[in-house]
Design a protein around this ligand. Structure first.
Ligand SMILES: C[S@@+](CC[C@H](N)C(=O)[O-])C[C@H]1O[C@@H](n2cnc3c(N)ncnc32)[C@H](O)[C@@H]1O
Ligand code: SF4
Length: 335
């Protein structure tokens, strides 16, 4: 399976599904993770945002707070022990953010929060997140403040996010195994500084932080060849990370695009994604819609023929949306 368990322990809590746990869940028809959007509002304007269609949606109605709790409860009953809070906008802007975090925590599920950090205004907020067992996936594309500002389209962001990082480290998010601290780094064609990207990777390895470093999901604003790496470029970057891992840390694995560091996404096999409008998909980047809540229960969607068919092939890192996009526009490196 080409999986190194030393890598598994380095993946952030909430994304750390071992191949063994995935096999077991599959044999028992269990779900392990629910990915979910909170609000669709956002105060930043990232030029590469894959979620812009949901953020700009004007027609659809969002599901209610009690429906959202019901979805989480149902996922828990189906076996899920983690909730990935992905977006579509900035989850911390959701008026029910803390109520939902408390609810997830009360079910002993791990809330894995994807956040820009822009709404974290004090170390007290960081401590509160820590006390609610939250794992953090912080947007941290670069340490160059001018570039970070440019990427999100808002002045002052680059300096702010560095302060947030200091608070997270001070609160001890990186003190456990697996770690509770991750950074999300996108490699885009027009902003990538390869040396910095790889230095961030090393810094994360040295500080027990998981780096979710990747080429863009080609959706929303990123469905654009001017921003999004082709497969040859994406693979070359991952190979450099692989070499660092081998030489410095003795980690051996074969790479599977798009994530650096030997990580293989398995969410399609053991999870589902629900957006703010109740639409359920196999993954937040994919075009494979499985059903709609509350018209159908989560269990009905999970057990539908379409969902079963989509999660049948072992994912092992394979990214359906990127591969389709690369297949259409790029004849470069092939697996
Ligand atoms: C969609 S955002 C939502 C949460 C929050 N607003 C944030 O930006 O962290 C979740 C993560 O996806 C990343 N992201 C946005 N667009 C992307 C794309 N086209 N491909 C890959 N990741 C992307 C963001 O940088 C962020 O780390
Ligand atoms: S990536 Fe996150 S912060 Fe940036 S525009 Fe999209 S939702 Fe907002």
């Amino acid at each position: 399976m080409n999986y190194d368990n030393k890598i598994g322990t380095r993946v952030v809590r909430g994304l750390d599904f071992s191949p063994e746990s995935v096999d077991k869940a599959r044999s028992e028809n269990k779900m392990l993770v629910l990915d979910m959007d909170f609000t669709t509002k956002c105060n930043l304007r990232c030029f590469y945002c894959d979620r812009s269609p949901d953020i700009n949606e004007k027609q659809k109605e969002e599901i209610t707070l009690s429906e959202r709790k019901d979805v989480i409860f149902q996922a828990n009953r189906l076996g899920a022990w983690a909730v990935g809070i992905l977006g579509a906008g900035e989850p911390m802007l959701d008026p029910a953010f803390w109520e939902l975090i408390e609810y997830i925590d009360s079910l002993n599920m791990v809330p894995l929060l994807y956040t820009s950090g822009w709404e974290i205004k004090s170390i007290d907020t960081v401590k509160e997140l820590f006390d609610h067992n939250v794992s953090i996936m912080l947007k941290y594309n670069t340490e160059k403040e001018f570039l970070a500002d440019k990427m999100v389209g808002v002045k002052g962001y680059g300096s702010h996010v560095k302060t947030v990082m200091k608070w997270l480290l001070a609160a001890g998010f990186n003190k456990s195994t697996p770690t509770r601290l991750a950074i999300n780094v996108v490699a885009t064609k027009n902003t990538l500084d390869e040396d910095e990207f790889l230095n961030l990777f090393i810094w994360c390895r040295e500080n027990n932080i998981y780096m979710h470093g990747q080429s863009l999901i080609p959706s929303g604003k990123a469905d654009n060849i001017q921003f999004t790496l082709n497969k040859t470029e994406a693979v070359s970057l991952l190979q450099k990370g692989q070499q660092i891992d081998q030489e410095r840390y003795g980690f051996n694995y074969s790479i599977v695009p798009p994530i650096i560091g030997g990580f293989r996404c398995r969410k399609v096999n053991v999870g589902m994604f629900i957006n703010a409008y109740g639409e359920v998909w196999d993954c937040n980047g994919s075009g494979r819609k499985l059903g709609s809540f509350p018209e159908l229960t989560l269990e009905e969607i999970w057990n539908s023929n379409k969902a079963k068919k989509v999660r049948e092939p072992l994912q092992e890192g394979f990214c359906h949306i990127r591969e389709s996009w690369w297949g259409n526009i790029d004849n470069g490196w092939k697996m």
